[in-house]
Design a protein around this ligand. Sequence first.
Ligand SMILES: [Zn+2]
Length: 242
Amino acid sequence: MEQEQQVACIVDHRTHPITDGRLLRELDPAVRNLIKGDYPEAKVTDFICDHHLLKYQLMRVDGLINADVKQTNKINRRLTKAMQSDDYDIIDVNDTLNKSLTMGQKVSDAVARFGGSWGFILIFSLVLIVWMLINGLSLFGVHFDPFPFILLNLALSCIAAIQAPIIMMSQNRAADRDRMNSENDYHVNLKSEHELRILHAKLDNLAQNQIPHTLEIQKLEIEILGQIRSEIDSLQKDKEND
Ligand SMILES: [Zn+2]
């Protein structure tokens, strides 16, 4: 049988066949740096047996997982802080306005609603026509406001004078409603933007750190599996030789 090359493990200096381990230059830079941390004099041509290599591979996996957990916690803390710092309560506009409504405001709303309808125009036109017919043609023998209807003019002026401020009152309340709505919108937008930023950070972390880390962990797992397999193989060989 061909004799395999024997090399000394850098950790305990015991000799192993070269197939029972790896040269440092074959390792991932991160794992190699971990070994160099413990053995600063190690060179890339040095050898480490699978048994001792396993410890460093597991250390690397641990390091990757810890880094990911730390980063995720950091982002989650930011999210929690952002949620807590936002103490703005969304105003229920309809509820708030209805609760603060006075009798006068209710009346002004009703008048403005009626004054701005076709029903008002039709009824008002009818009243005008009847008034003018009664006084112009002296129907029923009465003509309390003969042509050119000066009393009717006065009545119309009075109605117009009262109606204008009533409509303005109603419009002021519509402006209040708009202001509250836009205030709500502004805060919702602000909050969404903040959360979107954090979501971006989460996605970036996922794409730039966690996925590459997961792949590296998978690679290490496959390497460890390969080492386990070769150890089983050599155990079986030993058994057959005995
Ligand atoms: Zn060793």
